[in-house]
Design a protein around this ligand. Sequence first.
Ligand code: ATP
Length: 571
Amino acid sequence: MQLLLTYLKPLRNRMLLGFSVKFTGTIMDLFLPWILAYMIDVIVPTENINRVLLWGGLMVLCSIIAVVASIKANRMASSVARDAVEDIRHDLYHKISCLSASQADYYSTPSLISRLTSDTYNIHRTIGLMQRIGVRAPILLLGGIIMTLTLDPTLTLVMLGVLPFATVTIYFISRKGIPLFDKLQQEVDRLVRTVRENITGARVIKALSKSDYEKQRFEGVNQRVVRAETKANTTMAATTPLMNLFLNSGLALVILASAYRVNAGVTQPGVVIAFMTYFTIILNSMLSITRIFVLFSRGIASADRIQEILVTEPDLKVKPIDKKRESAHIHFDHVYFGYHSGKHILKDIDFSIDRGNTLGIIGATGAGKTTIIKLLLRLYDVDEGSIRINGVNVNSMSLKELHTQFGVAFQKDFLYADTLKENIDFGRHITEDDILKATEHAQAKEFIDSLDEGIEHQLNAKGTNLSGGQKQRVLLSRALAADPEILILDDSSSALDYKTDAQLRKVLTEEYADTTTIMIAQRVSSIQHADAIMMIDNGEMIGYGTHDELLETCEPYREIYENQSGGDQVA
Ligand SMILES: Nc1ncnc2c1ncn2[C@@H]1O[C@H](COP(=O)(O)OP(=O)(O)OP(=O)(O)O)[C@@H](O)[C@H]1O
């Protein structure tokens, strides 16, 4: 609720103007039955054609004002909803992009996406409808009762006798119905999540012949949506017939009472006709108010979910400057870290790399290799120990200052639907010459030259129109393009053949002699020439040294080397 108020405050003048226009249109609508009654009972019996035309003209005028005002007010309501939600979306996106990796893990990616899409959509609908029906329905309800009172208070009492039944019915059905719609929304969320997983994993699902299994899984989720929908709609389906029952009973009572009163000469036929119209207006406005409650409760739930993100304080604050005199370029000083408190993924990681040197990291899957890189980039804060670059603790640098030092190619980095050039430049305004140089160094030149548009070749989202090896070369080009001080290659040569891998290593040694490189690899051949190699197992350093030193001192390293060089040709 607080969120809606905050974002609607700057638009209050436009909203007030819209309310006034809507108010005028609604009042005109309310006057129409009253004028009709007056014409039937007073004007027509005088048989004065001029007066009939005058009052008829007045009715037409009121109708035109009502229609024009309603259209204008609806447009204004839509523009207010559009502008408020544009601001909400803007701020939410900005906030999400500032969340730390652990905060993003906590909320989960699908949840953040649905807050940015379906929740903002719900709010758009709520703000729009509240301005349209939210203004109109209460005016019609109260105004309708007042107008009937001016026409015939006795008949109004008969009509009001039916309203409590309608109110109680709407209250109980809504109380049961609203939670059912909330449940339905949750099931729809689950359906969206499943579809998202299936589409993302379409290739592997097909490759593993899991299509039937996934179809069944989808069918299960789909059935849950159908059941939730049936339950919610069956409950709410009673509303309209019951309201019609009350409407018709009320009308029957009003007609019965009217018959006596018309015969007794205390009321007129025109008044009875107007009454019936007002009665319908009043009951319909009650139904609209119920709809508002349902929508409003959904809108508020969505607003709360968005507010939760907007008030989240970024947890990676820049700490006071912490600098030591150190000769090492990068220094991990007895680092401990866990994604969840209490369970350390990394234990006592302690090493230094001098400027221009290369560190190779090798270890079993899930050993914690990528986590070391994430900590160096300060995507997460360490639990114990410190990480220093040129002696400065990474937690005392701004993230921008820290990240501009890096060129990074992650294992599953993403490519987006744009040209190769834009994917390599990545918004850093790198000159075309430097981009072409990077593609040459990353061994990507040959395949890019073979494309008709060359560097302007358009990629599909996630680079699906490239092979695994081509993708890796583009990502490597991106990492090298800005001539970084620190180069991170996380399993970036696994899809390269041995020859290309060897050429890449040669280029890195010759052209990037001042760049400090950390290279994670599965193949010993990719890192065996590094200045130092770290063997990591279950979050612990079990070996550290040159290739030759590790062959002597680290049994698991020697085993990997022997296994790999036994089957493969080592470059
Ligand atoms: N965001 C995360 N939240 C919770 N646990 C995580 C997260 N990322 C990684 N882990 C866990 O941390 C451990 C180390 O993961 P990491 O990605 O560092 O391994 P790795 O050695 O790089 O593995 P691989 O060679 O398969 O890429 C794994 O057990 C993994 O499940």
